[in-house]
Write a protein that binds this ligand. Structure first.
Ligand code: GLA
Length: 380
């Protein structure tokens, strides 16, 4: 309650609106767009930071550099607001090497084996930026592009990026739009759409790292996770799926009932060894194309809850196994091993090389369209 009042007052000062502060919980959003300079890329392109405060005083901040979610500030069970995503205070942090914090990933989220695929009989060679494999769109993926602002208002931001024919080895000019909306129900809604002028492959996702206890506050091993999936796509040592859709049969991958991330992460299991923890695509239950709840995460200390809704067929559950304490993020916080987890809603890794996986081919005249929602609430 106190926070709501205080932030209401700050908002009034920020936007220069004269009048009474509405009582907490009944605030109305200011309709002004909160847009600030976020710095310039090495090539001198300016990036901006958009901040969206909803009627509850909860807040999302997004930059058009890589379409990155910079912060998500949501209440815990006592109403105290905390930032639940990893990231940096300024553009410089994002320009330095980092593991896709908050980014839109494209053209292809996750790996394509040996950086090659065949489409209509032609072989396409992609950048090999992860050992012999292609990862997250290549050397300069969508996470490093400065996106155009298509539209912005008090609750949403629409970003556009034209990926040219041949970029990172992919065929076709891909015109991509991502719309972020921060709702009054503490939901971050992400709507992706794309069209092409040549047959191509596309698989877009968001790579936010969550820590519901608050960013930089510790590891995520105590978070309780439920995933609505009966199968996953097991991988080889290079994290490339073999093509199998494997049931869990009591394995550490069975999250149909809630389990703490840390409960079985150290189990003697070949898949966990390959992933250095969880770094696997779950085959989501329910009809792809329908927005449905696919995961729920609760953090017992804060009471914060995150639900993931998506229209996608798969979700990469990654437990920050490559975080190693070398990155210092927002507020000087050090990001140590497993300080964040990702739930990257997507098509399955390496789909272009697996005809039995749902197709990722986009053709001229078609529209790629997916929606994912990260919804925050609290539990006792
Ligand atoms: C994805 C991959 C991981 C890792 C991270 C980024 O989630 O599946 O293996 O590459 O991105 O560090």
């Amino acid at each position: 309650m106190r926070y709501g009042f205080a932030t209401g007052a700050v908002a009034l000062v920020l936007f220069g609106i004269v009048g009474c502060t509405p009582p907490a919980q009944q605030q109305r959003r200011t309709e002004a767009v909160d847009k600030r300079d976020f710095g310039k890329t090495a090539a001198g392109e300016p990036a901006e930071l958009y901040t969206f405060k909803n009627a509850n005083g909860a807040e999302a901040a997004i930059t058009n550099y890589g379409g990155r979610v910079v912060s998500l500030k949501v209440p815990d069970r006592a109403g105290t607001i905390g930032d639940v995503v990893l990231g940096f205070d300024s553009l410089d942090g994002y320009l330095s090497p980092n593991p896709y914090f908050g980014a839109i990933v494209g053209r292809y989220g996750n790996r394509i084996a040996k950086g090659r695929f065949t489409l209509n009989g032609a072989v396409y060679k992609l950048a090999q930026n992860n050992g012999e494999n292609h990862l997250h769109g290549g050397i300069k993926g969508f996470d490093k592009a400065v996106w155009k602002i298509r539209a912005a208002d008090a609750r949403s931001l629409e970003l556009n990026y034209l990926s040219r024919d041949g970029e990172e080895g992919y065929p076709g000019n891909l015109d991509t739009t991502v719309k972020y909306t921060w709702t009054d129900h503490n939901e971050l809604r992400i709507e992706y759409s794309a069209t092409t002028d040549k047959d191509t492959v596309v698989n877009l996702t968001n790579h936010s790292y969550f820590n519901l206890a608050g960013q930089g506050q510790g590891d995520i091993l105590g978070h309780q996770v439920t995933i609505n999936a009966d199968r996953f796509t097991p991988v080889d040592q290079g994290l490339i799926p073999a093509g199998e859709l494997r049931g869990f049969a009591g394995s550490p991958f069975d999250f149909r009932q809630p389990h703490a991330i840390g409960e079985r992460i150290g189990a003697a299991d070949e898949q966990l060894t390959f992933g250095k923890g969880y770094d696997h695509n779950f085959v989501l239950n329910g009809a792809a194309g329908t927005l449905r709840v696919v995961a729920r995460v609760t953090e017992p200390g804060s009471g914060r809850v995150m639900e993931v809704l998506t229209t996608q067929p798969g979700m990469q559950f990654y437990t920050g196994n490559f975080l190693d304490g070398t990155l210092r993020g927002k507020g000087g916080k050090v990001y140590r091993h497993r300080y964040g987890f990702c739930m990257e809603t997507q098509h399955f890794p390496d789909s272009p090389n697996h005809p039995n996986f749902p197709s990722v081919v986009l053709k001229p005249g078609e529209r790629y369209q997916t929606t994912t929602v990260y919804r925050f609430s609290t539990a006792r």
